[in-house]
Design a protein around this ligand. Sequence first.
Ligand code: AHG
Ligand code: MN
Ligand code: MN
Length: 330
Amino acid sequence: MSTTNLAAFLSQGAVDPRLGELVLAVAEGCVAINGHVRRGALGQAMGALGSENVQGEVQQKLDVLSNDVLLEGCAKATGLCAMASEEMDTIHPVREVGAEGGYLLLFDPLDGSSNIAVNVSIGTIFSILPTPKDSYGRAAAEADFLQPGRQQVAAGYVVYGPQTQMVLTLGAGVSAFTLDPDSGDWVMTAADIRIPAETKEFAINTANTRHWAAPVSRYVEECLAGVEGPRGKDFNMRWVASMVADVHRVMSRGGVFMYPWDKREPDRPGKLRLMYEANPMALLVEQAGGGSFDGQGETLDAKVTSLHQRASVMLGSAAEIARLRAYHAS
Ligand code: AHG
Ligand code: MN
Ligand code: MN
């Protein structure tokens, strides 16, 4: 594979230059966030604020800092009409929708906040939607964001781990770029990523076992039964508690990641948010040959009724998602 970088990848003919400009702006913002992450206590980014976000979660300084970095950094992208974030109650308008349309950017600026203070991998997740057809000549409104995940024109994440990597899809396959700490360039290090259909690894927070629905309990119990059980093979369990790190492992070597509905809050579909966690990850996984299921149907087909709605998430290796769908149907 000839060495190429993110800028070259985004300047290929088929890519709308304004979409490429926006993805580059996100990448630039993530380089700044990466700097704050890696300075840790030597910088200004550690510790909790007194505030709570719209999710009712205590905000970490790095949550808000990362959010502000992306708001400031992405506004210059000429095709960007508005932004939405896990850390903001309402949308952040940027410019009117032009005759040729524009883009809506959604992000979880800092995913895995419970891991910031313990030096475990965290990340940034982003999703890009087209402005709706009828929005020309006006500012984007919150309702314009409420599109099913299948409408995304791009999705990606950056994982701040031993390497800082961006995994990205523009709807035609999945590529990975590694941030060169010396040059600051995003060098392509994987192209056309494919998730193995079979796996021996599952990721779920087993502290919630007693709260799961029956199909999820059945699936996990069968994995735990190992080679003597119905699966006829032993499984490994992983749980980083940063979705970006857990999903990156699935993208890298297969597996299944689950944060399903549980009966702790029966009226809540799940903990994770649809628009800027489940949907971008579902597009990446599906583009890499895997699947994503929310207990009723495919994540990308889920009806969107509110910006911060939550979703039950089961995603990863195709054969495992097919099995989970079958267990939910029976
Ligand atoms: P965020 O830090 O953006 O709120 O996301 C945290 C999410 C997700 O990253 C992770 O998979 C999950 O919370 C972990 O939840 P538990 O701590 O309940 O395991
Ligand atoms: Mn998150
Ligand atoms: Mn977050």
